[in-house]
Design a protein around this ligand. Sequence first.
Ligand SMILES: Cc1cc2nc3c(=O)[nH]c(=O)nc-3n(C[C@H](O)[C@H](O)[C@H](O)COP(=O)(O)OP(=O)(O)OC[C@H]3O[C@@H](n4cnc5c(N)ncnc54)[C@H](O)[C@@H]3O)c2cc1C
Length: 491
Amino acid sequence: MKTSTIKTDILIIGGGSAGIMAALRAKEINPQQRVVIFEKGNVKYSGCLTKGTDALKVVTVPGTAAPEDYVEDAVLSCEGILDEGPSYEMAKRSWPLMKKLIDWGVGFPKNDGQYEIIKTHAQKGYTVTMKEPNLKGILFKRLQNTDCVILNRTMAVDLIKEDGRVAGAIGMNIRTGELIICNAKAVIISSGGCARFGLPSNGYLYGVYDCPANTGDGYNLAYQAGAELTGLEYTMHLTKDNPECERYAADKGISENNTEFRSTETFLCGGHGLTGIVINEKAESSIPGLFAAGDAANVGKGHLTGAFVFGEIAAETASEYVKTVSNEQAANSRYLKAIEDKIEKWLNTAKPEVTIEEFEYKTRRLIGDFLTSPKNENKLNRGIETMKIMQKELFEIVKIKNTHDLVKAFEAESIISCGILSATASKERKESRWGSFHYRSDYPAKDDEKFLKLLIVKKDEKTNLPAVSLRDPQKVLDLTGNNAGRVTVHE
Ligand SMILES: Cc1cc2nc3c(=O)[nH]c(=O)nc-3n(C[C@H](O)[C@H](O)[C@H](O)COP(=O)(O)OP(=O)(O)OC[C@H]3O[C@@H](n4cnc5c(N)ncnc54)[C@H](O)[C@@H]3O)c2cc1C
């Protein structure tokens, strides 16, 4: 396979909402620094945005709500399992972000001179109606005015680590199979959540709610590199919430009332849900050189606001970080060798019996069977066992005929890894929380005493297995006593 090597200051993995915003901000801060984007699809129309957004979900519009109000509401909506620092930072920057988008030509309709604010939280309203079907196009146009290197059709397949820090990634061109070694001083993961997790009720592998290119690659890459992840037990499914459906119905001239909409498949996501690479309010992960933003990160229920704000924050922190790294380090050849060996293994499968599509179908059906609520110890154990079997069979029985199949095999590897991590986390959370997203029939009650905590999953270096720990959610607001709830202890 052909290989090539590139060098950069900042590598961004995933050119969706968070990724584009990170690239734009990095260039705004320092036009001289080099920025490379690996995008599995095409930056022009990839990611969640083109699936249709009709609101900026979190904005603290002055005069209607304060960032502190949002944090209080967000903690309630996440049933206490939320690091407040990143959410507070997001809320503080949400109004300046909206003003910036307006300057860029993004439409936010007004009624009687007021923005339309929908109340989706318990106490106050933060969701501002946005009418901008071309939002990705607006962002893409701005990106075209920079000298960022955009590598479309390039899927990150491994992170490079040198001297304990993340120092780049290996990408694969999804059409030619060319391997690209990118030596970087800093890496931002913004590759979305794991949309292709459970199977949708229509049975189509790609008929999912979230962007189907998002297969939990970022979660898996970060996990394999030793970073902390959280919220993997938050296995969610949504009811219809998609302007795309509205537009589809309008285009076809049918009434939405006559159309049957079901709840979505189970998926993992940091934007709608709580799953993600653990980051702090500066978008730093638990390992040096690695930053995360958007649905790949755990800014609980941050939606598009979280992706945009943390795209920017990740770029700001990474831009500072690269100044501390003297040179982008040449990748140790073992990384390339490991990927080449893996590809070799796939191309020479001992008993090629099933297509990769059949294999993915079965994996995701098993995720539905064992990893989705109602959960219990027995099902979750079976889930871990079956995912491990799938992990093995991926290299033993799957026919890999071409580069396209190879890409899907890498994706299946991420989906299975997410399955193992999710089952492990769900097993450990011996309580029920978040309604049907984590319901344990063997522990049907909520247990705040033991489990009002974030469940952290991380690879154990010695055993190579996921290790789980619990920690208290980070608090930044003092909401007790007579302080009227507005004492900020964290700046
Ligand atoms: C249907 C729908 C409607 C929504 N509506 C709203 C709304 O109205 N308001 C709101 O605030 N939020 C809404 N959201 C949520 C919001 O759109 C997302 O939270 C946000 O866009 C996520 O941005 P992201 O950059 O993390 O992910 P994405 O924009 O999905 O970008 C991820 C990118 O990574 C790429 N990628 C994946 N794997 C790899 C890899 N291995 N290598 C390279 N690239 C990779 C993908 O191709 C993709 O382009 C909606 C989401 C959906 C799906």
